[in-house]
Design a protein around this ligand. Structure first.
Ligand SMILES: *Cc1c(COP(=O)(O)O)cnc(C)c1O
Length: 406
């Protein structure tokens, strides 16, 4: 904690923030951040307990409210994102739910992009309306639709960019302007871009949420989430909601995520470089009818990608010939790339959205979202890119053989 006197951690570059930011050392002077695996705290006197509870003296009270390891993770995330305040949660969905529902009451209206992570769509499309909050879903790519959806009682706008699984982009600055003109806030789910490749606050967002389960952990171990915003936003909308409803991040998981942040820039850079190579290779294959990667010039919104992202990210979507049978034959032929619906992992993972993550959508809704039967989503990991490309090549060769034999 003495470090704070020597430099302003906000002045540091991201890699340094992610190694040192938020560190609090105990009386033992440990090098690595400690896991405070404790539910509660003891007080040296009744007076101290009283002062902690009435807020006269700072300090920890109960792990549902806060915990030193969780605080270190929150502080490190806030420094990275350039946010005044952060609150960690047990999962990404707990973060999304708090950021959205914490702002709303019966009679309010929310506007969201239609292309959302399935559970996020549930929160705005099904959960919020049950409590008297109307919801309008729009094509996130079309600013005119966002504008037309605004009502006098619109309180918040919600989007993710790039989207899952078709990696469409939403003009964050454009939507922020529409939100603010209507007196509403903008919440951005920045999972696919990662905190390193896209800075929603600089583009006008009021609140940024993450599933830390994805690139932040990046090694497929724990669930976690975080809500980042101004101190006022957190105080008004998020703080009490989380304290009283209880989706607290476990101190152990906070420690895993805290240590993961130290290597986040290295991992995101390496995975993104691999993804760019893999995307270029896929685009050259005769079996692939469409390759979608925000870092490629043939992305339908390449100009927007260059404007609001500093890299293409680690996800690639592509469509193989032969529909579902072709996609399955190809997926079953992979051996280094694993079949899994996680993303942002050090292991490369492939998923078939139409039969897994987006299975619940009607065929019409899938078609509207570009989720065809031949579409695959590949989360590129940290393996050697030549090994990945060889694995993909073997799968294409095998799939072609099997198709020919049918
Ligand atoms: C995974 C994910 C979530 C939900 O996160 P969990 O940690 O699984 O609860 C929300 N939004 C996006 C974009 C995601 O990829």
């Amino acid at each position: 904690m003495g470090d704070a006197a020597k430099f302003d951690p906000k002045s540091l570059r991201p890699a340094t923030k992610l190694v040192h930011g938020g560190t609090m050392r105990s009386q033992f002077g440990e090098t690595s951040e400690a896991i405070f695996l404790t539910q509660g705290y003891v007080y040296d006197s009744m007076e101290t307990a009283e002062a902690r509870f009435n807020g006269e003296r700072p300090g920890y009270v109960y792990a549902r409210y806060n915990n030193p390891t969780v605080s270190m993770f929150e502080e490190r995330m806030a420094l990275l994102e350039g946010a005044e305040a952060a609150r960690a949660t047990a999962s990404g969905m707990a973060a999304v739910t708090a950021a959205i529902m914490g702002q709303l009451k019966a009679g309010d209206h929310v506007v969201a992009a239609r292309a959302l992570f399935g559970s996020c769509r549930y929160v705005v499309e099904e959960l919020a309306p049950r409590f008297g909050v109307a919801c309008t879903l729009v094509d996130g790519r079309d600013l005119a639709q966002w504008k037309a959806a605004m009502r006098p009682n619109t309180k918040t706008l919600f989007l993710e960019s790039p989207t899952n699984p078709t990696l469409e982009l939403v003009d964050i600055a454009g939507v922020a302007e529409i939100a603010h003109a209507g007196g509403a806030t903008l919440v951005v789910d920045n999972v696919f871009a990662t905190p390193l490749l896209q800075k929603p606050f600089e583009l006008g967002a009021d609140c940024v949420v993450y599933s830390a389960t994805k690139h932040v952990d990046g090694q497929g171990r724990v669930l976690g989430g975080v809500v980042l915003a101004s101190a006022k936003f957190i105080e008004t909308h998020v703080h009490n909601f989380l304290r009283q409803t209880g989706p607290a991040l476990s101190p152990f998981n906070a420690w895993v995520l805290l240590k993961s942040l130290e290597t986040l820039p290295l991992r995101v850079a390496a995975a993104s470089a691999n993804a760019a190579k893999v995307a270029d290779w896929l685009a050259s294959r005769p079996e692939v009818s469409r390759t979608i990667y925000p870092g490629r010039d043939d992305h339908p919104q390449a100009a927007l990608a260059r404007r609001q992202m500093s890299g293409g990210g680690s996800l690639v979507a592509f469509e193989v010939a032969g529909g579902k049978a072709g996609a399955f034959a190809f997926g079953n032929g992979l051996s280094i790339v694993k079949i899994s619906n996680n993303l942002g992992d050090s292991k490369s993972l492939v998923t078939h959205p139409a039969t897994t993550t987006h299975q619940r959508l009607s065929p019409e809704a899938r078609a509207e979202g570009g989720i065809t039967d031949g579409l695959l989503r590949l989360s590129v990991g940290l393996e050697d890119s030549d090994d990945l490309i060889a694995d993909l090549a073997r799968a294409f060769d095998g799939a072609r053989l099997r198709q020919a034999a049918e």
